[in-house]
Design a protein around this ligand. Sequence first.
Ligand code: ZN
Length: 238
Amino acid sequence: MTVKLFWQDAYLKAFDTVVESVGGNRIVLKETAFYPTGGGVMNDTGTLRIKGSEYNVVDVSKEDDAIFHHLAGIPQVDAGDAAHGAIDWSRRYSLMRYHTAIHLMDGIVEKKYRAGGITGGQIFPDRARIDFGLDGLNRELAQKIIDESNEAAQEGHAVSSRMISREEALAMPNLARTEPGRKLIESMPQVRVVEIEGIDVQSDGGLHVANTKEIGRLVLSGFENKGKNSKRIEVKLE
Ligand SMILES: [Zn+2]
């Protein structure tokens, strides 16, 4: 099992650990700050320095409880070697800002417009999209949601994460917004929850900024009506 340093501190940019196993160009570390692709969010990139050589981490993936660092080439390393990891912080920080922005928008829609919330989303380092099932959502209303999100972002709400028990999670009806999310909660002994103070609480394994002010300004960069359950809003951050 890889210890998830990114859950302990989303602002950790570099760390020291040891190699747990190596297979081809993939390395598993005892612990890592590299976030693997998942939950609609892209993976981190960065470098690993082992035995005096520096390797580029081009992809990060998760299988069961292990996190795999995919290197650009085959490394000359062994299990037990000391490793120094450094993540590409500008990419990661963008992903965190976009992720919190998406939760903020989702929270605003849940609070103000009720029913028909999020049906999908994808977060990239330079943009994000969020799909809503909200009836009557058009470009004009999308702009209104963006404006309200900007207002809320500037109010400076604290963002935090914590672990709660499954029982506690099941007692919070709106914790997971999608059916797969609800199924997932039922399968987990502990559920990680991300809260934007006063705006949104949901189960989430992702990484976020500590305060909504860090999001910056949201700009509506696209709107597409893809059908009843999928009205897609695209955002960019300034
Ligand atoms: Zn999320």
